[in-house]
Design a protein around this ligand. Structure first.
Ligand code: SAM
Length: 325
């Protein structure tokens, strides 16, 4: 059986699936306020269609799946989908990215269904700031969701903070201290120029931040197994780690091992490029698994070498939640 190896020798073993493009937050760097052009429900891949695609990908060597969105927990019966994906032979790791607003009611069921890892987006610890950056007064629901995830036994939980110059850069140290105390892994993320929203916030270079945090908290370079593109610092006793995801100041495309599937069944080969392959028409016109395999192999053969966020920041019209961040 063929494997998913792209022209640059990168093995694709990680699929991120957006299960909805809708979200209950309006982060200022992501979905524009007032945006209404969401995908029609009739175009959403069904759970059967998603499971079929994952089975096909798994035959091609896929090992890891992440459920994302939009806000994935707005899609109904997510724990059922999680259970179905976790049961696919070959899938070793099933993770979920969430803003945690709906997590309080779903955390235990997701854990029981086989979600192994949880990433929670959290750009501030302050209620007023969450409302300003994330567009809704969601602080209390988010905190309740995170507490429920902890109680359900998710460990370690990763907290993802998009670092924004002038919005929350003065809170990074407080976030480090809070994650240390809570036992969470923190990841600081550089904002990407995706869509007008992604271009309308002020980018913060995380390289100097990394140096400052290293010194202030006495951290050392650390490697986190399966840690993805982040570069990590940690305490010497290994009890705390903070990762830096730096697509702009130091990109990591050479080790990219992933592709992305949107809720309407479009396969994106690169977050920062427009290359796309429509899988929904195949799924809905009676294509065989082998025909779908050929399309996926053809798509991976066209995976771009790298994004061009720096060279061509105006290039991407789509904002993050349309692709699935
Ligand atoms: N709603 C889920 C969540 O909040 O994790 C999943 C989807 S959300 C689009 C995934 C991640 O993308 C979030 O951590 C969000 O902060 C991040 N994101 C959105 N737009 C971004 C941008 N322009 N640059 C960097 N990260 C972005």
């Amino acid at each position: 059986m063929s494997e998913l190896i792209d022209p640059f020798g990168r093995r694709i073993e990680y699929l991120r699936i957006s299960v909805t493009d809708r979200c209950d937050l309006r982060c200022k760097y992501c979905i524009p306020e007032g945006f209404t052009d969401f995908e029609e429900p009739g175009h959403w891949l069904s759970f059967d269609e998603m499971e079929r695609l994952i089975r096909i990908f798994a035959r091609l060597g896929l090992k890891r799946v992440r459920l994302t969105g939009g806000e994935p927990l707005l899609r109904k019966n997510m724990s059922e989908l999680a259970g179905r994906i976790a049961a696919v032979p070959g899938i070793e790791d099933l993770s979920l990215s969430t803003n945690a607003t709906q997590l309080e009611k779903h955390a235990a069921a997701l854990k029981a269904a086989g979600v192994t890892r949880l990433n929670v987006s959290l750009d501030s610890l302050r209620p007023g700031r969450i409302e300003r950056i994330n567009g809704r007064p969601a602080h209390d629901k988010i905190m309740a969701g995170i507490a429920a995830a902890k109680a359900a036994g998710f460990a370690p939980i990763k907290i993802n903070m998009v670092a924004l110059d002038g919005d929350n850069d003065d809170e990074i140290d407080a976030m480090v201290a809070w994650c240390m105390e809570q036992g969470f892994i923190l990841r600081l993320i550089e904002n990407m120029p995706m869509g007008d929203t992604g271009r309308n916030v002020r980018y913060l270079n995380l390289q100097p931040v990394k140096e400052r945090i290293r010194q202030r908290f006495g951290l050392v370079e650390t490697v986190l197994p399966g840690g993805g593109p982040a570069r990590y610092l940690g305490t010497a006793d290994g009890r705390f780690t903070v990762g830096f995801i730096t697509p702009i100041s130091q990109h990591f495309c050479a080790t990219c091992n992933r592709v992305r599937l949107t809720v309407d069944g479009v396969l994106h080969l690169c977050l920062g490029q427009e290359d796309r392959f429509e899988l929904r028409p195949l799924l809905r016109s009676g294509a065989t698994d082998d025909e779908i395999v050929q399309t996926i192999l053809g798509a991976v053969a066209k995976k771009p070498e790298r994004h061009e966020f720096r060279e061509q920041p105006q290039k991407l019209v789509r904002f993050m939640s349309m692709t699935g961040g």
